[in-house]
Design a protein around this ligand. Structure first.
Ligand SMILES: NC(=O)c1ccc[n+]([C@@H]2O[C@H](COP(=O)([O-])OP(=O)(O)OC[C@H]3O[C@@H](n4cnc5c(N)ncnc54)[C@H](O)[C@@H]3O)[C@@H](O)[C@H]2O)c1
Ligand SMILES: [Zn+2]
Length: 389
């Protein structure tokens, strides 16, 4: 079973990410191991869809670990990652009688993880937090790094806290019930991590996808092969967690003065355009990772057009995004509308946009927005948003 140590020197804390099929049934034991014998209660936060699949097993396991359990299901969907849900979560923790030695357990995708994490960060000024991520995106990205928070009407993730989990348990079996678009979305983020992380991570991801790895979901014709995929999948997920953990360990709080190729910022590759695409389509057309798929291609086009990235490298990126699965169309969107939507990007510093571009697969470079002229941006958008098939 792959295990990854996350080391946070600034906080003098370490914790483990454990990965493997079927780990959910060991939840109680794992939480007990990190909290010690005196912890009484575990409060589970999930949503109705995830709880329907995995709630019973999670609660049973926590009980077997000698915890008194309670659970609360937040409403499904990104718009419920809100102050209102946070308040409900806090009420739930209060009525559950949670005390300082107890734990909050998040069972679900990034929405549940971010909200439950923020509740754990704030209630009693910080309770032990355990993540059991059940989407690919949450397993390789959202559950690693300690960012928690909620959305405001003014924008996503505008209120939050850094609150590191005590342990992250990734049961890759849970991906079997993930809807196809959620899977595509997660794989796009995986391609992103490979593109800015290392050629090795990128190639490992591409190989897995090329062998049909994205079909690791229910009711597919390749179910017979999932034994092979199960071990490969654990390895791919582990490689991504290792990468993200290394970046986070080097730059836990995303230092805005940093612009080097190992700063936490490089994880925003593809995200300036992705956020603009999501905004310009009223958050209805794309899942976030799908928008990141296009965002990477546009950032790749810009990188090529400024003479930084070789055409062959961009083609590899395009191929990898294609392997993630079909994306909703984007070629029909008005280019100027997307550019307008890019204003107020959270990633700007002192009002100047920062782009994460690629020098080659595996190496990112952060560039100030005013170095990219509008015409080049327009033509890169046109090329990057073309249909992939
Ligand atoms: N904290 C971070 O560092 C970080 C990083 C990236 C993204 N995020 C946040 O993560 C959120 C997106 O997360 P997400 O993509 O996981 O979306 P999500 O949590 O909305 O989950 C996607 C959908 O899949 C369902 N689902 C989850 N697990 C399932 C399973 N195993 N089987 C069947 N259905 C399942 C959910 O109910 C939901 O409908 C955003 O709010 C984003 O801001 C946070
Ligand atoms: Zn993202």
């Amino acid at each position: 079973m792959p295990r990854i140590q996350v080391r946070l020197p600034a906080r003098q804390t370490n914790y483990e990410i454990k990965i493997g099929a079927g780990l959910l049934s060991q939840l109680g034991r794992e939480v007990r191991a990190v909290l010690g014998p005196n912890s009484l209660r575990a409060a589970l936060i999930s949503n109705p869809i995830v709880f329907e699949h995995y709630g019973k097993r999670a609660l049973q396991s926590l009980k077997a670990g000698n915890f008194k359990t309670t659970h609360w299901l937040m409403s499904e969907g990104e718009r419920h990652k809100s102050f209102r849900s946070w308040e409900q979560a806090i009420e739930f923790l209060t009525t559950s009688g949670l005390e300082r030695g107890d734990a909050v357990v998040a069972l679900g995708g990034g929405v549940v993880g971010d909200l439950a994490g923020f509740a754990a960060a704030t209630y009693l000024r910080g309770l032990a937090f355990v993540q059991v991520p059940t989407t690919l995106l949450a397993q390789i990205d959202a559950s690693v790094g300690g960012k928690t928070g909620v959305n405001l009407a003014a924008g996503k993730n505008l209120v939050g806290a850094f609150h590191q989990p005590r342990v992250v348990l990734i049961d890759t079996e849970t991906l079997r019930t993930l809807p196809r678009r959620e899977s595509t979305s997660g794989w796009c983020e995986a391609v992103k991590q490979g593109a800015v992380g290392s050629r090795k991570l990128f190639d490992q991801t591409r190989r897995f996808l090329g062998a049909g790895g994205r079909y690791f979901s229910p009711g597919n014709k390749r179910e017979a092969q999932t034994k092979v995929f199960a071990t490969d999948l654990d390895e791919v997920v582990a490689a991504h967690c290792r990468f993200k953990a290394a970046i986070v360990a080097g730059d836990e709080q995303e230092d805005i003065s940093r612009a080097d190729h190992r700063s936490r910022r490089i994880l925003n590759f593809g995200h300036t355009i992705a956020h603009a695409l999501e905004k310009a389509t009223g958050y209805r057309r794309f899942r976030h990772g799908e928008a990141v798929g296009y965002g990477m291609l546009v950032a790749g086009e810009i990188s090529k057009n400024v003479g930084m990235l070789a055409a062959g490298e961009l083609e590899s990126l395009r191929e990898a995004v294609r392997l993630c699965g079909p994306l909703p169309p984007a070629h029909d969107l008005a280019i100027d509308g997307i550019i307008r939507a890019m204003k107020h990007d959270k990633k700007s510093v002192g009002g100047v946009m920062r782009w994460v571009l690629l020098e080659r697969i595996g190496r990112a470079r952060i560039v100030e927005g005013n170095q990219i002229d509008k015409r080049l941006l327009q033509s890169s958008l046109r090329a990057g948003l073309q249909a992939l098939y």
